[in-house]
Design a protein around this ligand. Structure first.
Ligand code: 5GP
Length: 204
């Protein structure tokens, strides 16, 4: 029987650098997990490509996906919907490949309920002032949105307790390295692998 892949969920407060860390992980040639591209009603930012960064949809299209049960999780974040297409996740896990989600915390909580065996990693900023800097210097948001995102970030940090691991994003390369090490270790977790070795005992 094909062993299932691992569902890896990277989450954390707005502006912590989840997207940057995720992109850095996937730019490394030895990364073996598959990125699940999200669906969103947010307008594309400059340089973003439909089907690469997100699947960009209208609110009507998104709500239809909710009704048809096509999303593993979804959340409204600063006025826009974001969600994870369920079929891609299931099919990829069934092929034995690890799937990587980079999502905000309300969505991560829904995934935890549906996939308690997933690997939940919380990306943490070194400090709140650092977090504010990152949101401001990204320069793509209005003042109102920045204020909103910071308020949301404070509430999001309180949700850390739902996670298995906390990774500080002091430097992107460090964060990537820690995340990959956690995934490697998770693949050796006794509960995941013992059935293989029990089979060996039966043969002896
Ligand atoms: P941004 O608009 O900056 O691309 O993303 C805003 C937030 O939405 C980020 O925290 C990002 O991780 C999160 N996000 C991206 N895709 C998904 C998704 O499929 N589901 C949920 N719940 N959040 C998502």
């Amino acid at each position: 029987m094909q062993e299932k892949g691992l569902l890896i969920v990277l989450s954390g407060p707005s502006g912590v650098g989840k997207g940057t860390v995720r992109k850095a992980i996937f730019s490394q040639p030895d990364t073996s997990f598959e990125y699940s591209i999200s669906v969103t009603t947010r307008k594309p930012r400059e340089g973003e490509v439909d089907g690469v960064d997100y699947f960009f949809k209208t609110r009507e299209e998104f709500e239809e996906m909710i009704e048809q049960g096509k999303l593993l999780e979804y959340a409204e974040f600063v006025g826009n919907y974001y969600g994870t297409p369920v079929d891609y996740v299931q099919e990829t896990l069934n092929k034995g490949k690890d799937v990587f989600l980079e999502i905000e915390v309300k969505g991560a909580r829904q995934v935890r309920e549906k996939f308690p065996e997933g690997l939940f990693i919380f990306l943490m900023p070194p400090s709140l002032s650092e977090l504010k800097n990152r949101i401001v210097t990204r320069g793509t948001e209005t003042e109102d949105i920045i204020h909103n995102r910071l308020q949301t970030a404070r509430e999001e940090i309180e949700m850390m307790e739902l996670y298995d691991y906390v990774v500080e994003n002091d430097q992107v390369e460090n964060a990537c390295e820690r995340i990959k090490a956690i995934v490697k270790a998770e693949h050796c977790r006794r509960e995941r692998v013992e059935h293989r070795y029990k089979k060996l005992l039966e043969v002896e």
